[in-house]
Design a protein around this ligand. Structure first.
Ligand code: AMP
Length: 212
């Protein structure tokens, strides 16, 4: 993993179950992960929030405004710091966003137990981002940055999704409709995954045929 080698993760976290959470801007990642964390007792780590709370936010805002990824060493440090303070299973909301990040995580931490992909059509995502813009004060909640973020997602993040699908570790949920309606399905499948010890691969493989 090339961190631009300015800094390394200072303190690796203890071993635990990780779930990658993928989805484009406005797909519903934050909303759904917050509910899952509350209902299933997981830790919800939203990498975007960690970055927005970072004291060096000013340095990152240009990248966010341009719909670009912030440098990997910044993400690695923010994530490493957060994970080292906590224990228990984790939903990684918005991570990894590139194959570099995925390789870094799997090398320095461990492979994820599973990955969730909240897919959504572009029009719905755009509407949700613009609705959120009314209150969010985020530099990236506008049409121009939304379009750039969609391109970033397709270029950098879709290959991660394809890799996870290729190894049979991805479940996709269509989040284009009412999120309340898809939520129960996501919750019950994640609950089963959390109890899954790796021996029941046959019963889980049925879900994968639902994935596009
Ligand atoms: P989000 O809060 O997930 O919508 O992310 C907002 C912005 O934060 C992204 O467009 C990126 O600029 C930055 N960001 C969030 N997660 C990551 C990540 N894993 N790697 C790099 N940049 C990220």
């Amino acid at each position: 993993m090339n961190f631009n080698s300015r800094r390394r993760i200072e303190q690796p976290p203890p071993k635990r179950d990780f779930y990658y959470v993928f989805g484009g801007p406005g797909a519903g990642k934050g909303t759904i992960c917050a509910r899952l964390a509350h209902d299933l007792g997981l830790l919800h780590v939203c990498v975007g929030d960690l970055l927005r709370d970072d004291p060096d936010l000013n340095e990152m805002e240009d990248a966010m405004r341009e719909g670009k990824l912030v440098p990997n060493y910044v993400v690695a440090n923010a994530l490493g710091r957060e994970l080292s303070k906590t224990t228990g299973p984790v939903l990684l909301d918005g991570f990894p966003r590139s194959q570099d990040q995925m390789m870094m995580f799997q090398h320095d931490f461990c492979p994820p137990k599973y990955a969730l992909y909240f897919s959504c059509d572009d029009k719905t995502m755009e509407r949700r981002v613009l609705d959120r813009a009314q209150e969010s004060n985020r530099v990236d909640d506008n049409v121009e940055t939304f379009c750039k973020r969609c391109i970033q997602f397709e270029t950098d993040t879709l290959p991660c999704i394809q890799s996870m699908k290729g190894i049979g570790r991805l479940i996709e949920f269509d989040c284009s409709g009412d999120l309340d309606e898809v939520y129960d399905d996501i919750k019950s499948k994640l609950e089963q995954l959390m109890n899954w010890d790796g021996l029941e691969i046959m019963s889980f493989s049925g879900w994968l045929s639902d994935s596009r």
